[in-house]
Design a protein around this ligand. Structure first.
Ligand code: FES
Length: 149
């Protein structure tokens, strides 16, 4: 079996992907975006420079979101409900979402790139997980599946 056409095609795909990433970073400016976060009866608003994932912005502004994969999109813990401005769910997020969660606008904060103003609702179960982590009863090695009704 001759591998050189497969290697050549993979190399072309790698170069195209790298060019798209560089073009996105250098040529596209999303400007300032306003993020509104509701958690329980509390509301927080802040402005960020668009173009990077929501998870980092939330953490920079003191909004704690569960995460055990460092934002690589592999744990599925960082679910937030996007009430406005989220756009279409990405294929990388669909693996972690039930049909109902998709219908409710749930997204993975680490996969959602901020491109415009967003309104975010932090699900109640996150406060339960946060309390478990503070009490050191949270096992990050466990696979968690949370369904919101
Ligand atoms: S932080 Fe792990 S999936 Fe988002």
């Amino acid at each position: 079996m001759n591998l050189s056409p497969i290697l050549a095609m993979n190399l072309v795909l790698l170069v195209v992907t790298a060019l798209l990433i560089v073009a996105d970073r250098l040529l596209v400016s999303y400007g300032k975006c306003r993020i509104t976060v509701s958690e329980g009866d509390q509301k927080k608003e802040f402005e960020v420079q668009g173009g990077s994932p929501l998870l980092g912005h939330l953490s920079e502004h003191g909004v704690g979101i569960s995460s055990s994969c460092g934002g690589r999109g592999t744990c599925g813990y960082c679910k937030v409900r996007v009430a406005e401005g989220g756009g279409q769910i990405l294929p990388t997020e669909e693996l972690f979402m039930s049909r109902q969660e998709k219908a409710e606008g749930m997204r993975l904060a680490c996969q959602l790139k901020v491109k415009n103003d967003l309104t975010i609702v932090i699900p109640d179960y996150l406060s339960v997980v946060r309390a478990m982590a503070v009490a050191k009863k949270f096992d990050p090695n466990k696979r968690w599946k949370v369904t919101i009704y």
